[in-house]
Design a protein around this ligand. Structure first.
Ligand SMILES: Cc1ncc(COP(=O)(O)O)c(C=O)c1O
Length: 402
């Protein structure tokens, strides 16, 4: 018998949830509200081809693209992050404090490598992003849930749990949260930054949806209120450029960045150079503003189609969030319907063939929490199909209530 590391056991549950998720996503017959990818129609294929033709030459950036690069990442992409993505949001940063990552998720992995011993507590939102939990589980952390309401993580509960559990880290997704689509209020952003400083706890702010807002007023990240460098900001290019390019970044104090540098070097040396160059040139050549507008227009239309369809086809008593951006709405069903059970039928019944992600998996506390909830992603499906899929799912739900 193989003797696997204990971490494989501790990540068993969260890893199984993610494996199942990808299973449903791969069925071409299915209308899938399951995944978290931006609309395929929004990927900038033609622009990236044009940039690639230009940069992959010996007299341009061809050699740089195919050679080894720096652990911190390509320097002009780090500058792009500072000037195009952080400065407009009220975060003054230096490129020296930015490291380019292989996808936003790598931030959680490297932060665990740097900070987490087996048994350490990480405070997370209830519910939270299961893929990050998978990473926290792999490092044998103990995830403890902090209550949320419509304005995001509740600071009073956070403070009580900091005092009770002495956590190493607080993990928070402040904008258009995965899975709920909720946004942390301005006041709470300030308070969470202050709690990190007061109790000397690292606040890991994971903010990959913040740049895709379709309505409402923009809010500064928690990092903008951090006076003691206890907040570390993680972000991703997956939603605003391309998920397959696997690009993300992290902003941290010089002291923490040095440790992250060592962890990154020991993990994969550096992020692949070619996608970094393509992405940097995409921003530097001025393609982002028009792309960003198109991205938001496509997703706004899909969000509206999904919200209107839920209101029309789901039974009275259904609750749902209204996300001002991002990719998800969170739905809670009436009448004691179990969404894990419902999903089996929704995906296998040829009259329905609709996938979503059942709510239970997003709650680290277990106890059947979220058993009536579902995460519905509107990003990957065109509006007409959204209406069709929500109607079919609504009929199935109505039939369970009769
Ligand atoms: C909350 C959250 N964090 C991080 C990520 C990381 O994305 P990626 O690794 O694709 O950049 C995602 C993607 O779905 C997410 O929802």
């Amino acid at each position: 018998m193989m003797k696997y590391a204990a971490r494989m056991k501790s990540m068993e549950k969260s890893a199984a949830i993610i494996r199942n998720l990808f299973g449903a996503m791969n069925d071409p017959e299915m209308i899938s509200f399951g995944g978290g990818a931006p609309a395929k129609e929004s990927l900038p294929v033609d622009i990236v081809r044009e940039i690639a033709m230009d940069v992959l030459r010996r007299d341009t950036r061809g050699v740089e693209a195919l050679a080894y690069g720096s652990v911190m990442g390509v320097s002009d992409l780090r500058e792009v992050v500072v000037t195009h993505l952080l400065a407009p949001k009220g975060v003054a940063a230096s490129a020296e404090n930015i490291m380019i990552l292989s996808g936003g998720l790598e931030a959680m992995n490297l932060m665990c490598q740097v900070f987490i011993e087996p048994g350490d507590v990480i405070l997370v939102e209830s519910p939270t992003f299961v893929h990050s939990v998978e990473i926290f589980d792999m490092f044998q952390a103990r995830c403890i849930a902090v209550d949320m309401d419509d304005d995001g993580m509740i600071p009073e509960d956070l403070e009580a749990k900091i005092l009770k559990h002495n956590p190493k880290m607080v993990y928070v997704i402040p904008t258009f949260q995965n899975p709920t689509g909720r946004t942390l209020s301005l006041e709470r952003r300030k308070r969470i930054a202050r709690l990190g400083s007061r109790y000397e706890v690292v606040i890991l702010e994971d903010d990959p949806y913040r740049d895709i807002r379709y309505s409402g007023k923009d809010l500064p990240p928690i990092k903008a209120f951090d006076e003691s460098e206890h907040t570390v900001l993680a972000n991703s290019f997956s939603k605003i450029f391309s998920p397959g390019s696997r690009l993300g970044y992290i902003l941290a104090s010089s002291e923490i960045i040095t440790r992250l540098f060592d962890a990154k070097s020991a993990t994969n040396s550096h992020t692949p150079i070619l996608p970094q160059i393509l992405c940097a040139e995409f921003f530097k050549r001025g393609y982002y503003p028009a792309h960003h507008k198109a991205l938001c227009d496509i997703h706004r239309e899909r969000r509206d189609a999904m919200i209107e369809s839920i209101d029309r086809y789901f039974p009275p008593g259904t609750k749902r969030t209204f996300p001002d951006g991002g990719l998800f709405t969170w739905v809670e069903l009436p009448g004691g319907i179990n969404t894990t059970e419902l999903l089996k039928e929704a995906t296998s019944n040829p009259e329905v063939k609709v996938a979503y992600v059942a709510g239970e998996g997003f709650f680290t506390e277990g106890n059947g929490m979220g058993s009536n909830a579902m995460r519905m992603s509107f990003s990957a499906v065109p509006p007409e199909k959204i209406r069709d899929g929500v109607e079919r799912l609504g009929k199935l739900i109505q039939s369970k209530l009769q």
